[in-house]
Every structure is written in C-alpha cells, then in structure tokens.
Design a protein around this ligand. Structure first.
Ligand code: COA
Length: 434
C-alpha cells in the first residue's frame, strides 16, 4: 500500500459520519449536474431534518435527478441555489422553496472568488483514485476552481464515474474526507428531434465550413444540427457541454479536432450528461479534456478557436433582435448558462458565427416566438448588440450589420406565416419600418 492509499484509508468515512461535519448556515458548492454528490446530500438532508439544522445552502449549476433536498418542507433545512433552472428545480424555484442566481456560467467561479468569498464546503462526485493519489472530476469540472478557496473539501468516489482528463483532477491531500458510492451515475435520455428541428439543423449546417470548431448545447435543435453535419470534414469541439451526438460524429470521422487552432487534437468541454455509452467513451480517453468553466467559457479563450460556431436556442426574440432565452415572461424557465459566453467568443473568433435557433412558434402554433417587443418581465439574455444569425424552420438571417428596419423585416421573414401580418403592423406602429 503506497502513501496515497494510506491517506485514502484515513480519510474514508460513511455518508452518515460525514454529514456530522455540516452545521446550520453552511454554504456549500458542488460541481455540476451528474457530479452532484448525491449520497452525501441525502445524508446531510436526513441529518438536517432529524436534528433541525437550518439554512444549509447547496449551490450548483443545476440538479439532474430527483433529490430529497428538493422535496416540499426541506427548504428550511437545505436551501438550494441554482445558476440554471431545470425540470428538477423549476417548481421549487417557482414556489419560493429554492432560488436562482443569475450569472454568465463563465463568471460563477469569479463571483465566488471576488464577491461571495470562501464557501464552507466544496463537494462533488469523482472517479476512483489513481496510483498517484489523484481523483478525476469526471462528468463536470465546471466549478473545480472553487475547491481551492473552500474551507473544507469532501468527495464521493463512484466507480461508474468516467476518469476524464484536463484540468480536472483533485489530489487526496486536498481532500478533508471522502465516502464511496457504487450506485450508477445518472444517465439522461437524448431529447427527441422534430421535423422542424431537422429543417433548422440543415439550414445551420449549410453555414458551417469544414474545419470549424463547434459549441453545441442540449435539445432537439443541437442534435439535429449534429445529424446534418455528417458530410463535413475535420470539425472540432470547444463547448461547455459534451453531448452524445459528438461521440457519433467522432466515430463517423467527422469530428477529428485535427485542425483546431487551440487545443489541437482535443475535445474541450466543462461538463457532460447523456447516455452511459458517452460516459464510457470519455473514460480514460486522452482525446477529451474537461476544464473549469472559467476557462472553457471565457470568451477570450473561445475566440482563439478560428471558425468558432456557437449554436444555442431561445424562448423569444423581439423585432429589435433582443433575445430572451431564460424566462417565460418574468418566470425563470432555464438560465443564461453559457449563451453569452459563446456568443461573445464566437463573434470575436476569426471566421466565427453564432446562431440562435428556435422553432418559430410555441404552444402548438398559438404563440409566435418572434414578438414585436419582449413579453413584459422577460429578461434579455443576448442583447441586440450581440445577436448574429437567427434561424427558424422558415429560414435563416444574419442580423449583424443590419439596421433596425432591416432587422425587423428579416425577422418577420423567418416568422411563422400566420403571424407575419400582425408583426408587420406592429413594426409600423412602433415606427421601426415605414
Ligand atoms: N412562450 C411561451 N412558452 C414557450 C415559449 C414562448 N415564447 N417558448 C418556449 N415555450 C415553452 C414551450 O412550449 C415548452 O413548453 P412545454 O414543455 O410545456 O411544451 C417549453 O417552453 C420549452 O420550449 P422548447 O422550445 O421546447 O425549449 P428547448 O428545450 O428547445 O430549450 C431554451 C430552449 C431556450 C429553454 C434552452 O435552449 C435554454 O435554456 N437556453 C439558454 C441557455 C443556453 O443557451 N445555454 C448555452 C448552451 S447549454
């Protein structure tokens, strides 16, 4: 047994014992999504409920599974702070049992460093320790830099967590205590692709040159884009999320990362969620690197990739080109995530383009996503000064370089035909077009 295995043995404990190290008012930060330390959180929630600990804050980008701390009545014990809203925390947030903290994804670690200061705890799930005493952050390295300023660091070692490379490791000497969890990490099914998504995907694919570097998010549209890229050559990836479709494109020889101008030969991402087959692809694979989000999503880093293509979606856009991607009216529906990070980065890249792509309508064609003005209370995610390509199933348009009246006309052109007349009338009433 080497010195690191000895240290591992000394620091290994049970979830119940570890939970005793938490106290009321503790502020805790976790790496994102699948790397949430679910067994530690369950034990802390149980102890907090039993011993009436209050206001333990659990901060994470977003949870990706049902958790006891999100159940009704738990909020006085564990208050969840999210940087993104998902199907798992949307109701708690809407009901005031959890809260949302707006921030560009790239800046969350800086907010901790400069504004909120040292959290009491940094915790996350990790892959098993290697012979040198290192654990890989696995599916998410996003907030990995926050562990350097936390007062205590706990990890949950999971043998089903892939061992990923990059700036993605923590050493046993940096850890205060650890537990083991053998339950398989969460898989997330791929979203369905609709016919409209396929049309949108094809329109975007026509704009993507060979040797481009891609950022793709989650959803039907990014998946449809990936499917439409089958005939491209030497694509690369620099993306906050590593998604299932990237594995398919790599296996098909479309993504090679061979022509990237930054991190040539490597996929770069900060987190993943998806199928077990994707986790298996990532395991021990030097072709992929996960880095903290303050690096991956830094617009200055993104921009160093020539022909950087960013593809994201939105809830609605107004005739000025203001994009709302995170709220439905005033209600938080998702989050800005890395949308602006990649819009800014791709805009500054040599040959870069950024696409905001969405189906022209919601609610079975009763609501146009292209609106005269944003719905009252809607938050601007991408400003009209940043917006570039807009894509719907009715066409593609580039707003950069267009005047206000040209923009309004172009947006009306790609709107659903049934809303074009009322949009034109509204544009005239607002004196945007004559
Ligand atoms: N008015 C009313 N409801 C609307 C709406 C609108 N303008 N736009 C969407 N909705 C509703 C839909 O009807 C749907 O509701 P349902 O689930 O009850 O059917 C729901 O909102 C989701 O809409 P959909 O268009 O299917 O969303 P999506 O899964 O394609 O995600 C975003 C779209 C904008 C929420 C998502 O892309 C996002 O969160 N983006 C911001 C973050 C980002 O870009 N990060 C960078 C990469 S990860």
């Amino acid at each position: 047994m080497n010195q690191w295995s000895e240290l591992y043995k000394q620091k290994l404990t049970t979830a119940e014992e570890l939970a005793k190290q938490f106290k009321s008012g503790d502020v805790c930060v976790s790496n994102g999504q699948i790397a949430e330390p679910v067994k530690i959180l369950d034990a802390v929630t149980k102890r907090a409920e039993k011993e009436n600990l209050t206001d333990i804050k659990h901060c994470i980008l977003l949870p990706m599974r049902k958790q006891k701390y999100l159940e009704v009545g738990m909020e006085k014990h564990i208050s969840h702070v999210a940087h993104f809203v998902s199907g798992f925390n949307r109701e708690p947030i809407w009901e005031g049992r959890a809260d949302y903290m707006p921030s560009h994804y790239s800046q969350v670690p800086l907010v901790w460093q400069n504004v909120l200061k040292a959290p009491d705890v940094f915790y996350c799930a990790v892959s098993p320790m290697d012979k040198h005493g290192y654990f890989s952050f696995g599916t998410a390295a996003d907030f990995g830099n926050i562990c350097k300023i936390a007062k205590k660091v706990f990890v949950e070692v999971n043998p089903t967590m892939p061992r990923t490379f990059g700036q993605c490791f923590i050493h046993i000497s940096q850890i205060d205590a650890l537990i083991e969890n053998e339950d398989p990490i969460t898989e997330v099914p791929a979203p369905k692709i609709s016919e409209k998504d396929v049309t949108i995907g094809q329109l975007i694919a026509e704009e993507i040159p060979n040797e481009a570097t891609l950022q793709l998010g989650i959803g039907g549209i990014p998946n449809a884009v990936a499917q439409a890229l089958k005939d491209k050559k030497d694509l690369g990836v620099h993306s906050e999320m590593f998604c299932d479709s990237m594995v398919d494109l790599y296996n098909a020889g479309v993504i090679t990362n061979a022509k990237k101008t930054l991190h040539r030969g490597k996929f770069i991402a900060t987190f993943t969620f998806g199928a077990r087959s994707t986790y298996d692809f990532l395991d021990d694979n030097p072709a992929v690197e996960f880095h903290p989000v303050d690096y991956v999503n830094d617009p200055c880093i993104i921009a160093q990739n020539d022909k950087m293509m960013s593809i994201n979606s939105c809830i609605e856009i107004d005739l000025f080109g203001q994009v709302c991607s995170e709220t439905i009216g005033p209600k938080n529906f998702s989050g800005v995530g890395g949308q602006m990070d990649f819009v800014r980065g791709a805009s500054a890249s040599n040959g870069g383009k950024c696409f905001i792509a969405f189906q022209s309508t919601a609610k079975k064609d009763t609501v146009s996503k292209i609106k005269p003005v944003l719905t009252q209370g809607a938050c601007v995610s991408t400003s009209r000064n940043d917006v570039d390509y807009i894509v719907t199933e009715y066409g593609i348009t580039r707003l950069k370089g267009l005047t206000c009246s040209q923009r309004a006309k172009e947006l009306i052109r790609v709107a659903h035909p049934k809303f074009r007349e009322e949009l034109t009338k509204a544009a005239k009433d607002m004196h945007i077009i004559p």
